[in-house]
Write a protein that binds this ligand. Structure first.
Ligand SMILES: Nc1nc2c(ncn2[C@@H]2O[C@H](COP(=O)(O)OP(=O)(O)OP(=O)(O)O)[C@@H](O)[C@H]2O)c(=O)[nH]1
Ligand SMILES: [Mg+2]
Length: 333
Protein backbone atom coordinates (compact mmCIF):
# COMPACT_ATOMS: atom_id res chain seq x y z
CA UNK A 1 0.00 0.00 0.00
CA UNK A 2 1.40 3.34 -1.01
CA UNK A 3 1.15 5.81 1.83
CA UNK A 4 0.37 9.35 0.79
CA UNK A 5 1.80 11.86 3.19
CA UNK A 6 -0.71 14.46 4.26
CA UNK A 7 0.97 17.82 3.74
CA UNK A 8 1.21 19.62 7.07
CA UNK A 9 -0.90 22.70 6.98
CA UNK A 10 0.28 25.89 8.62
CA UNK A 11 -1.72 27.57 11.38
CA UNK A 12 -2.59 30.35 8.95
CA UNK A 13 -3.98 27.87 6.44
CA UNK A 14 -6.00 26.11 9.12
CA UNK A 15 -7.43 29.40 10.37
CA UNK A 16 -8.31 30.47 6.84
CA UNK A 17 -10.05 27.11 6.40
CA UNK A 18 -12.20 28.11 9.39
CA UNK A 19 -10.69 26.00 12.16
CA UNK A 20 -12.15 27.20 15.44
CA UNK A 21 -9.53 25.23 17.36
CA UNK A 22 -6.59 26.92 15.65
CA UNK A 23 -8.19 30.35 15.62
CA UNK A 24 -8.79 30.04 19.38
CA UNK A 25 -5.20 28.99 19.99
CA UNK A 26 -3.91 31.81 17.83
CA UNK A 27 -5.87 34.41 19.80
CA UNK A 28 -4.46 32.97 23.03
CA UNK A 29 -0.96 33.30 21.56
CA UNK A 30 -1.75 36.90 20.65
CA UNK A 31 -2.88 37.63 24.20
CA UNK A 32 0.33 36.13 25.55
CA UNK A 33 2.48 38.12 23.15
CA UNK A 34 3.84 34.96 21.52
CA UNK A 35 6.29 35.66 18.66
CA UNK A 36 4.81 32.91 16.53
CA UNK A 37 1.46 34.73 16.53
CA UNK A 38 2.98 37.69 14.67
CA UNK A 39 4.29 35.36 12.01
CA UNK A 40 0.84 33.79 11.56
CA UNK A 41 -0.91 37.17 11.55
CA UNK A 42 1.38 38.33 8.74
CA UNK A 43 0.23 35.39 6.65
CA UNK A 44 -3.41 36.02 7.49
CA UNK A 45 -3.48 39.68 6.54
CA UNK A 46 -3.98 39.00 2.83
CA UNK A 47 -7.30 37.29 3.64
CA UNK A 48 -8.53 40.23 5.72
CA UNK A 49 -10.76 43.11 4.78
CA UNK A 50 -13.91 41.24 3.77
CA UNK A 51 -15.91 41.14 6.99
CA UNK A 52 -18.53 43.67 8.02
CA UNK A 53 -17.47 45.01 11.42
CA UNK A 54 -20.18 45.99 13.88
CA UNK A 55 -19.40 47.61 17.23
CA UNK A 56 -21.89 47.22 20.07
CA UNK A 57 -21.29 49.57 22.96
CA UNK A 58 -23.11 51.32 25.78
CA UNK A 59 -23.24 51.63 29.55
CA UNK A 60 -22.83 48.58 31.81
CA UNK A 61 -25.89 46.39 31.98
CA UNK A 62 -27.74 48.04 29.09
CA UNK A 63 -28.21 44.64 27.49
CA UNK A 64 -25.36 44.56 24.98
CA UNK A 65 -24.61 40.85 25.36
CA UNK A 66 -28.29 39.93 25.24
CA UNK A 67 -28.57 42.02 22.10
CA UNK A 68 -25.48 40.40 20.56
CA UNK A 69 -27.09 37.00 21.19
CA UNK A 70 -30.26 38.20 19.45
CA UNK A 71 -28.23 39.64 16.57
CA UNK A 72 -26.43 36.31 16.12
CA UNK A 73 -29.78 34.55 15.75
CA UNK A 74 -31.04 37.14 13.27
CA UNK A 75 -27.86 37.07 11.18
CA UNK A 76 -27.81 33.26 11.11
CA UNK A 77 -31.37 33.26 9.81
CA UNK A 78 -30.00 35.24 6.86
CA UNK A 79 -27.25 32.58 6.45
CA UNK A 80 -24.51 34.98 7.49
CA UNK A 81 -21.55 33.63 9.46
CA UNK A 82 -20.64 35.51 12.63
CA UNK A 83 -17.62 36.18 14.82
CA UNK A 84 -17.88 37.92 18.18
CA UNK A 85 -15.11 39.62 20.16
CA UNK A 86 -16.39 40.44 23.64
CA UNK A 87 -14.13 42.84 25.46
CA UNK A 88 -13.95 42.58 29.21
CA UNK A 89 -13.33 46.04 30.65
CA UNK A 90 -10.75 44.45 32.96
CA UNK A 91 -12.69 44.95 36.16
CA UNK A 92 -11.97 41.97 38.39
CA UNK A 93 -15.65 42.02 39.30
CA UNK A 94 -16.91 41.40 35.82
CA UNK A 95 -15.35 37.95 35.56
CA UNK A 96 -18.54 36.25 36.59
CA UNK A 97 -20.73 38.51 34.50
CA UNK A 98 -18.60 37.84 31.49
CA UNK A 99 -19.07 34.16 31.95
CA UNK A 100 -22.82 34.75 32.05
CA UNK A 101 -22.58 36.79 28.86
CA UNK A 102 -20.69 34.07 27.17
CA UNK A 103 -23.27 31.52 28.18
CA UNK A 104 -26.03 33.66 26.76
CA UNK A 105 -24.19 34.12 23.51
CA UNK A 106 -23.11 30.52 23.34
CA UNK A 107 -26.72 29.51 23.73
CA UNK A 108 -27.54 31.60 20.67
CA UNK A 109 -24.70 29.88 18.85
CA UNK A 110 -25.45 26.44 20.31
CA UNK A 111 -23.07 24.18 18.45
CA UNK A 112 -23.26 26.26 15.30
CA UNK A 113 -19.95 25.96 13.43
CA UNK A 114 -20.56 29.28 11.75
CA UNK A 115 -20.49 31.28 14.96
CA UNK A 116 -17.22 31.91 16.75
CA UNK A 117 -17.21 33.76 20.07
CA UNK A 118 -14.16 34.89 21.94
CA UNK A 119 -13.72 37.16 24.95
CA UNK A 120 -10.62 39.21 25.61
CA UNK A 121 -9.52 40.62 28.94
CA UNK A 122 -7.24 43.61 29.08
CA UNK A 123 -5.37 42.16 32.05
CA UNK A 124 -4.29 39.30 29.79
CA UNK A 125 -3.22 41.18 26.69
CA UNK A 126 0.56 41.47 26.62
CA UNK A 127 0.78 44.01 23.80
CA UNK A 128 -2.17 46.13 24.90
CA UNK A 129 -5.89 45.58 24.61
CA UNK A 130 -6.40 47.59 21.41
CA UNK A 131 -3.82 45.52 19.56
CA UNK A 132 -5.33 42.25 20.80
CA UNK A 133 -8.87 43.29 19.80
CA UNK A 134 -7.71 44.31 16.33
CA UNK A 135 -5.84 41.04 15.92
CA UNK A 136 -8.84 38.99 17.09
CA UNK A 137 -11.06 40.84 14.61
CA UNK A 138 -8.54 40.15 11.84
CA UNK A 139 -8.43 36.45 12.79
CA UNK A 140 -12.22 36.16 12.50
CA UNK A 141 -12.17 38.10 9.25
CA UNK A 142 -9.51 35.76 7.87
CA UNK A 143 -11.60 32.76 9.00
CA UNK A 144 -14.18 34.02 6.54
CA UNK A 145 -16.79 35.28 8.97
CA UNK A 146 -19.23 37.55 7.11
CA UNK A 147 -19.84 39.71 10.15
CA UNK A 148 -17.65 40.40 13.17
CA UNK A 149 -19.31 41.96 16.22
CA UNK A 150 -17.21 43.71 18.86
CA UNK A 151 -18.91 44.20 22.23
CA UNK A 152 -17.43 46.67 24.69
CA UNK A 153 -18.57 48.67 27.70
CA UNK A 154 -18.48 52.44 27.63
CA UNK A 155 -17.68 54.88 24.93
CA UNK A 156 -14.44 56.67 24.19
CA UNK A 157 -13.02 56.38 27.66
CA UNK A 158 -11.79 52.84 27.29
CA UNK A 159 -8.31 51.68 26.49
CA UNK A 160 -9.32 51.52 22.89
CA UNK A 161 -11.88 53.23 20.79
CA UNK A 162 -14.48 51.02 19.14
CA UNK A 163 -15.21 53.75 16.59
CA UNK A 164 -11.74 53.20 15.18
CA UNK A 165 -12.45 49.55 14.51
CA UNK A 166 -16.09 49.08 13.51
CA UNK A 167 -17.76 50.14 10.28
CA UNK A 168 -20.93 50.76 12.24
CA UNK A 169 -21.24 51.55 15.94
CA UNK A 170 -24.47 50.51 17.65
CA UNK A 171 -25.06 52.33 20.91
CA UNK A 172 -27.27 50.43 23.34
CA UNK A 173 -29.06 52.66 25.83
CA UNK A 174 -31.79 51.91 28.34
CA UNK A 175 -34.77 53.89 29.52
CA UNK A 176 -33.48 56.30 32.14
CA UNK A 177 -30.12 56.74 30.50
CA UNK A 178 -31.93 57.76 27.40
CA UNK A 179 -32.42 61.47 27.71
CA UNK A 180 -30.74 63.34 24.91
CA UNK A 181 -28.83 65.70 27.18
CA UNK A 182 -27.05 62.92 29.02
CA UNK A 183 -26.20 61.22 25.79
CA UNK A 184 -24.73 64.41 24.38
CA UNK A 185 -22.79 65.11 27.55
CA UNK A 186 -21.18 61.71 27.33
CA UNK A 187 -19.90 62.62 23.87
CA UNK A 188 -21.66 59.57 22.55
CA UNK A 189 -23.19 61.29 19.55
CA UNK A 190 -19.69 61.56 18.12
CA UNK A 191 -19.54 57.84 17.46
CA UNK A 192 -23.04 56.30 17.42
CA UNK A 193 -24.28 55.34 13.95
CA UNK A 194 -27.35 53.52 15.23
CA UNK A 195 -28.95 54.12 18.63
CA UNK A 196 -30.93 51.32 20.27
CA UNK A 197 -33.22 51.99 23.19
CA UNK A 198 -33.17 48.52 24.68
CA UNK A 199 -35.46 47.06 27.33
CA UNK A 200 -38.40 48.42 25.40
CA UNK A 201 -40.55 46.17 27.53
CA UNK A 202 -39.90 48.47 30.52
CA UNK A 203 -42.26 51.37 31.30
CA UNK A 204 -40.00 54.40 30.52
CA UNK A 205 -38.89 53.21 27.11
CA UNK A 206 -41.37 55.32 25.14
CA UNK A 207 -40.24 58.59 26.72
CA UNK A 208 -36.58 57.85 26.11
CA UNK A 209 -37.29 56.92 22.53
CA UNK A 210 -39.32 60.06 21.86
CA UNK A 211 -36.68 62.33 23.31
CA UNK A 212 -33.80 60.77 21.41
CA UNK A 213 -35.74 60.70 18.16
CA UNK A 214 -36.75 64.31 18.66
CA UNK A 215 -33.14 65.39 18.83
CA UNK A 216 -32.24 64.14 15.36
CA UNK A 217 -28.58 63.11 15.65
CA UNK A 218 -26.50 63.14 12.50
CA UNK A 219 -23.07 61.86 11.61
CA UNK A 220 -20.70 62.90 8.90
CA UNK A 221 -18.02 61.01 7.10
CA UNK A 222 -15.07 62.74 5.48
CA UNK A 223 -15.78 65.14 2.64
CA UNK A 224 -18.87 67.20 1.96
CA UNK A 225 -21.41 64.47 1.27
CA UNK A 226 -24.86 64.04 2.73
CA UNK A 227 -24.91 63.46 6.49
CA UNK A 228 -26.08 60.16 7.96
CA UNK A 229 -29.22 60.49 10.03
CA UNK A 230 -28.71 58.30 13.09
CA UNK A 231 -31.76 56.04 13.48
CA UNK A 232 -33.15 55.51 16.98
CA UNK A 233 -34.69 52.07 17.36
CA UNK A 234 -36.71 50.63 20.19
CA UNK A 235 -35.94 47.02 20.99
CA UNK A 236 -36.21 44.33 23.59
CA UNK A 237 -33.21 42.08 23.31
CA UNK A 238 -34.74 39.82 25.93
CA UNK A 239 -37.94 39.30 23.94
CA UNK A 240 -36.11 39.51 20.62
CA UNK A 241 -38.21 42.43 19.46
CA UNK A 242 -36.89 45.07 17.07
CA UNK A 243 -33.85 42.99 16.17
CA UNK A 244 -34.62 42.83 12.44
CA UNK A 245 -34.93 46.64 12.42
CA UNK A 246 -31.49 46.95 14.01
CA UNK A 247 -29.90 44.65 11.45
CA UNK A 248 -31.61 46.56 8.64
CA UNK A 249 -30.35 49.89 10.00
CA UNK A 250 -26.81 48.56 10.44
CA UNK A 251 -26.79 47.23 6.89
CA UNK A 252 -28.15 50.49 5.55
CA UNK A 253 -25.37 52.38 7.32
CA UNK A 254 -22.82 49.94 5.96
CA UNK A 255 -24.08 50.60 2.41
CA UNK A 256 -24.01 54.33 3.09
CA UNK A 257 -20.39 54.23 4.20
CA UNK A 258 -19.52 52.20 1.10
CA UNK A 259 -21.04 54.62 -1.36
CA UNK A 260 -19.76 57.80 0.30
CA UNK A 261 -16.08 56.93 0.70
CA UNK A 262 -16.62 56.90 4.45
CA UNK A 263 -15.88 53.22 4.80
CA UNK A 264 -12.48 53.59 3.21
CA UNK A 265 -11.69 56.39 5.65
CA UNK A 266 -12.77 54.18 8.58
CA UNK A 267 -10.59 51.34 7.38
CA UNK A 268 -7.60 53.59 6.82
CA UNK A 269 -8.11 55.10 10.26
CA UNK A 270 -8.22 51.64 11.79
CA UNK A 271 -4.97 50.54 10.17
CA UNK A 272 -3.31 53.79 11.20
CA UNK A 273 -4.40 53.37 14.81
CA UNK A 274 -3.37 49.72 14.72
CA UNK A 275 0.12 50.67 13.55
CA UNK A 276 0.44 53.32 16.24
CA UNK A 277 -0.92 51.01 18.96
CA UNK A 278 1.44 48.16 18.15
CA UNK A 279 4.45 50.41 17.63
CA UNK A 280 3.88 52.37 20.83
CA UNK A 281 3.34 49.25 22.95
CA UNK A 282 6.58 47.79 21.58
CA UNK A 283 8.51 51.01 22.03
CA UNK A 284 7.21 51.46 25.54
CA UNK A 285 8.44 48.02 26.54
CA UNK A 286 11.86 48.71 25.00
CA UNK A 287 12.02 52.12 26.63
CA UNK A 288 11.22 50.83 30.07
CA UNK A 289 14.09 48.38 29.78
CA UNK A 290 16.43 51.10 28.56
CA UNK A 291 15.25 53.48 31.29
CA UNK A 292 15.91 50.86 33.95
CA UNK A 293 19.49 50.65 32.74
CA UNK A 294 19.85 54.43 32.63
CA UNK A 295 18.46 54.70 36.14
CA UNK A 296 20.97 52.16 37.42
CA UNK A 297 23.72 54.14 35.72
CA UNK A 298 22.56 57.30 37.47
CA UNK A 299 21.51 59.11 34.28
CA UNK A 300 17.93 59.90 35.21
CA UNK A 301 18.33 62.69 37.76
CA UNK A 302 16.21 64.83 35.42
CA UNK A 303 13.97 62.24 33.70
CA UNK A 304 11.88 64.75 31.70
CA UNK A 305 14.86 66.43 30.09
CA UNK A 306 16.47 63.05 29.48
CA UNK A 307 13.26 61.86 27.75
CA UNK A 308 13.02 64.98 25.56
CA UNK A 309 16.62 64.61 24.51
CA UNK A 310 16.17 60.94 23.84
CA UNK A 311 13.16 61.55 21.56
CA UNK A 312 15.00 64.33 19.68
CA UNK A 313 17.89 61.97 19.22
CA UNK A 314 15.67 59.15 17.90
CA UNK A 315 13.77 61.49 15.56
CA UNK A 316 17.00 62.81 14.13
CA UNK A 317 18.30 59.27 13.67
CA UNK A 318 15.16 57.99 11.89
CA UNK A 319 15.07 61.03 9.60
CA UNK A 320 18.53 60.04 8.35
CA UNK A 321 17.63 56.37 8.20
CA UNK A 322 16.38 55.74 4.60
CA UNK A 323 19.09 54.38 2.36
CA UNK A 324 17.87 56.40 -0.61
CA UNK A 325 18.04 60.00 0.40
CA UNK A 326 17.95 62.50 3.17
CA UNK A 327 15.42 63.40 5.81
CA UNK A 328 14.28 66.28 3.65
CA UNK A 329 13.13 63.88 0.95
CA UNK A 330 11.27 61.85 3.51
CA UNK A 331 9.34 64.94 4.59
CA UNK A 332 8.08 65.41 1.06
CA UNK A 333 6.56 61.93 0.85
N1 LIG B 1 -36.33 43.76 30.77
C1 LIG B 1 -35.30 43.58 29.96
N2 LIG B 1 -34.13 43.18 30.46
C2 LIG B 1 -33.09 42.99 29.60
C3 LIG B 1 -33.21 43.21 28.21
N3 LIG B 1 -32.01 42.97 27.64
C4 LIG B 1 -31.18 42.59 28.62
N4 LIG B 1 -31.81 42.59 29.82
C5 LIG B 1 -31.27 42.22 31.13
O1 LIG B 1 -30.33 43.20 31.54
C6 LIG B 1 -29.28 42.58 32.27
C7 LIG B 1 -27.94 42.91 31.64
O2 LIG B 1 -27.89 42.32 30.37
P1 LIG B 1 -26.53 42.09 29.59
O3 LIG B 1 -26.88 41.62 28.22
O4 LIG B 1 -25.61 41.26 30.38
O5 LIG B 1 -25.99 43.58 29.55
P2 LIG B 1 -24.54 44.09 29.09
O6 LIG B 1 -24.76 45.45 28.57
O7 LIG B 1 -23.91 43.11 28.19
O8 LIG B 1 -23.78 44.14 30.46
P3 LIG B 1 -22.20 44.35 30.69
O9 LIG B 1 -21.49 43.57 29.63
O10 LIG B 1 -21.95 43.82 32.07
O11 LIG B 1 -21.98 45.81 30.60
C8 LIG B 1 -29.56 41.09 32.26
O12 LIG B 1 -30.20 40.76 33.47
C9 LIG B 1 -30.51 40.93 31.08
O13 LIG B 1 -31.37 39.83 31.22
C10 LIG B 1 -34.48 43.64 27.71
O14 LIG B 1 -34.68 43.86 26.52
N5 LIG B 1 -35.47 43.80 28.64
MG1 LIG C 1 -21.97 42.23 28.24
Amino acid sequence: MKGVMEPTRSTAELVMAGSVLHAGRLITQIENGHDEARHTMRQLMRSCGKAQLIGVTGPPGSGKSTLVAALIRQLRRAQRTVGVVAVDPSSPFSGGALLGDRDRMLEAASGDRDVFIRSLASRGAAGGLAAAVNDAVDVMDAMGKDVVIIETVGVGQGEFDIARIAHTVVLVLVPGYGDALQVMKAGITEIADVIVVNKGDLPDARTALKELKGHGFTRRGPGAGEPWNVPVIQASALRQEGIADIVAAVNEHYMFTGSSGWRQAIERGRRRAQFADVASARLRAELLTAAGQALDDGQLADPCTAAEEFVRHVMAATAREPASGSGREMEKR
